[in-house]
Design a binder for this molecule. Structure first.
Ligand code: FAD
Ligand code: MLT
Ligand code: ZN
Length: 462
């Protein structure tokens, strides 16, 4: 152990595991962004809530910054430790603690992977509905810290809707318990909601009481081929008016190009410019008939050129691979990601401006558009050309993000719909939140984390 402060940490917290091997520092010091060189002091792996408190108290004593770490699937640099911070990994705190059938809640430790939460809910005949492709690797604590969204927000909302209680170790090491599983609680400020989406800057989420709901309805998946961007929202309205949508996701031919090259099967004989994958309740003939009526209406209008409906669970999963596999298929190009949102009603006008801006700025670049269009959330991924240097590529992308942020400001949209601000979008926070709001955020941070040790430099600078 090189740093003597770490000896005192182990002495004060015998249950703790510490990792300092260069390979571990590298592994735990970064997230999916891969933009920063990891340089943490060490990795602390607590085995209990008391360990987490002891680590945070030690950090206060020695003025060491702490980076909370879940599955490190984050896309905004929130879990990056590049400045000698102590990474506090929740991976050993990964168990379900309690199921309450009457309340329909599941209490879990923060390091539990999202997929394990899904499985635990299913074992009780219920559903935890927040879902997305990183389910196998991301943690519920990370989902809470980023207010994660995903592919079922259109039906169930973000993580924020599903948290009935939280236990949090604040920046001074104190253990706080918020809302305690209550459905109704009008007793003042709701600190639980403040913690959701706080990106590790206020404290460490150690436990969460999750709301569960009825098991999902029998559903079908439909893949639609579209001629243009302009008809996207018309297709959305046609489907939403006629049926209960479980998901409504869009992507482009460039996304299909990459995801099929990565192994996803493609069901059509031809390629098309735009696609939608939608999942809808189809428990009975009425559900299926409504879907067919929506499809036929869109075909008649010329908004849809082709379509396929899943005939089995296996086929439904294959259709989903075309959408869910996109992020993995792009990873090797180290894409520059924008994750933006506007109100659904503003989407057609915003799409037009954003597309003109991006295609004007990046005529030579491979730009992949996809996202949760039914939530007003677009993912715009620009792939780094092989002959471009990291610095040159980043500079060009940041220039365009500046312009995009101005457009978003006019549309009252958000520079981060669901990935968080972290380091990546920190320069653009003021396009979405005004100065008075950011000042309030600083005040909240000061109250929870007086010494500024919880994930400093993420979201905003002190
Ligand atoms: P990490 O990356 O480890 O951390 C994220 C942030 O949370 C950091 O700021 C970290 O400091 C903080 N944090 C982590 N744990 C805690 C804790 N216990 N207490 C306090 N702070 C903590 N996101 C979406 O919203 N929707 C999607 O559809 C989606 N799809 C994805 C698909 C892929 C293939 C990938 C790789 C990522 C995707 N993401 C998506 C992004 C990412 O998975 C989510 O942001 C996820 O919630 C991060 O969880 P994590 O455990 O990996 O968090
Ligand atoms: C998704 O919707 O697939 C994710 O948010 C991941 C991404 O934007 O790459
Ligand atoms: Zn997404």
């Amino acid at each position: 152990m090189t740093d003597p402060r770490l000896d005192t940490l182990l002495q004060s917290c015998p249950g703790l595991r510490l990792k300092t091997d260069p390979a571990d520092l590298e592994h735990y010091g970064r997230d999916w962004t891969r933009r920063w060189t990891p340089a943490p002091l060490a990795i602390a792996l607590p085995g209990s809530v008391e360990d987490v408190q002891a680590v945070v108290r030690w950090a206060n004593e020695h003025k060491v910054a702490v980076v909370p770490s879940g599955g490190r699937t984050g896309l905004s640099g929130g879990a990056v430790a590049a400045n000698g911070e102590l990474v506090l990994s929740l991976e050993r705190l990964n168990k379900a603690l309690d199921f309450n059938a009457v309340d329909r809640t599941l209490t879990v430790q923060a390091g539990m992977p999202l997929e394990a939460v899904h499985n635990a809910a299913r074992e009780h005949g219920l559903l935890y509905p927040v879902d997305f492709a990183a389910r196998g690797s991301c943690s519920i604590g990370g989902n809470i810290a980023t207010n994660a969204g995903g592919i079922r927000v259109i039906r169930y909302g973000n993580t924020r809707e599903w948290i009935a209680g939280l236990k949090v170790v604040a920046g001074n090491g104190e253990l706080l318990e918020f809302n305690k599983g209550l459905i109704k609680n009008s007793s003042g400020y709701d600190f639980r909601q403040l913690l959701i989406g706080s990106e590790g800057t206020l404290g460490i989420v150690v436990e969460a009481t999750l709301k569960l709901t009825d098991p999902p309805p029998a559903s079908n998946v439909m893949l639609l081929a579209l001629p243009s961007f302009e008809v996207l929202m018309q297709v959305f309205s046609a489907f939403r008016e006629r049926m209960q949508l479980e998901a409504f996701e869009f992507f482009t031919d460039r996304a299909v190009h990459h995801v099929t090259a990565h192994g996803a099967p493609y069901p059509f004989a031809e390629t098309y410019p735009y696609y939608v994958v939608t999942e809808y309740a189809a428990a009975d003939e009425a559900g299926e008939a409504a879907a067919l009526a929506a499809f036929e209406h869109c075909m008649e209008q010329g908004w849809v050129l082709d379509g396929v409906i899943s005939a089995s669970e296996a086929q439904a999963q294959q259709l989903w691979r075309l959408r869910e596999g996109i992020t993995e298929s792009l990873a090797r190009y180290r894409p520059y990601k924008n994750d933006v949102s506007v109100r659904i009603s503003a989407m057609p006008a915003f799409l037009e401006e954003a597309q003109a801006l991006i295609s004007g700025a990046y005529p030579q670049f491979d730009v992949v558009w996809f996202g949760h269009i039914g939530d007003g959330n677009l993912h715009i991924n620009v792939l780094k050309p092989e002959d471009s240097s990291d610095a040159e590529f980043l500079g060009q992308c940041e220039q365009v993000t500046k312009l995009l942020a101005q457009v978003l400001h006019r549309f009252h949209g958000s520079i981060s719909a669901e990935h968080g601000i972290g380091l990546v979008k920190k320069p653009y926070l003021s396009s979405t939140r005004d100065a008075a709001e950011i000042a309030l955020m600083r005040g909240v941070k000061q109250a929870f984390d007086p010494l500024g040790l919880m994930n400093p430099g993420k979201l905003f600078d002190r």
